[in-house]
Design a binder for this molecule. Sequence first.
Ligand code: NIG
Ligand code: FE
Length: 410
Amino acid sequence: MKTCIKNIREIVGIVPQGILRKQGAEMNETGTLSNAWLLIDADRIAAFGTMDRMPQDADEYLDAEGGLVMPSFCDSHTHIVYAGSREGEFLDKINGLSYEEIARRGGGILNSSDRLHETDEDELYRQSMQRVNEMIAKGSGAIEIKSGYGLRTEDELKMLRVIRRIRENSPALVRATFLGAHAIGRGYEHEQYVRLVCDEMIPQVAQEQLADFVDVFCDEGFFTVEDTDRILTAGAKYGLRPKIHANELAVSGGVQIGVQHKALSVDHLEKTTDNEIEALLGSDTMPTMLPGSSFFLGLPYGRAKEFITAGLGVALASDYNPGSSPSGDMRFVMAMGCIRMRLTTIQALNAVTLNSAYAMGVSDEVGSITVGKRANIIVTRPLANFTMIPYMYQTPFIKHIFLSGKSVCN
Ligand code: NIG
Ligand code: FE
């Protein structure tokens, strides 16, 4: 089945084959083509060109009516498998409590862990799938999902099995991350819990092939650099590449230990110095910033601009979770990248597409308009130009969504 999208005002996000991420000055570039068509063949982007030479042999034609075509967003950091919600803590925050204070009172991650324990797998799947569908409707086509609200072996496995079901049933491209080291589970001593993660959880997760990546919340009050080193070493034995939480609450040493373990990404980075930039230069690790949690918790925004000036790439992701970022709206993430982190619109586009695809290990498959890649694309409503998307950040902009070449209702 060949579908030709015609009368596209502009295609944005065109990247030549073989480019898996953008760094430094490359962040300022994206390929564009005006007055264009794009051909989808089965699940792939087959070709694109200008309207004067449109293919005549497609099975169907879709008139974009002057809309833009862009790659679907890739959201490389989410915690969308959770039970219930935490609006009580939202009120606590309004009344002045910090994220750390709420956690110390037994709220936060442990609150979600209690709710998850009481919720069976089918109900957890139902609630989580609703969030996935909400994210798809907002333009995300690839989603990384973490465990980390189980905090005991059976419950971590339950979360990961739910992620596997989402992966099997959702049209989005899904990757799973094991985040047993998200907090110390109730009833465990710190050392005892780190051992549980290394010696029991990781082997079982690997045995059932439930995760692609391993994550640790390497930050003040949670897991130390030494814990992180041990957990990542244990994960590596089973081929689990790290993607870690680092430098959200403090300059934690998380970036350095992540780079040392060849992490695919180090995420959060609200608190960094030039030492973190230095550690990342020349590495294969994608610095990933999460402006949704800066917005929601009132934390500083990551220094994306300085990272790029230093020659690094930056990815942006939603961190969708019930405690620090209750939104999976990647268009809003892109807008915050522009408005609060002063990224140009093109830098922000690269950060939420190709680089975020890289940060979840799928940039050979999605994240750009590239012949041969999976046809995960957004056709916008008629728009004057791409800048309108982050600028008018609340105005509905999506007309059609294709995931793996199939039209998804919006
Ligand atoms: O990425 N920082 C640690 N973990 C999540 C928050 C999880 C929660 O509060 O439920 C985050 O912000
Ligand atoms: Fe997170």
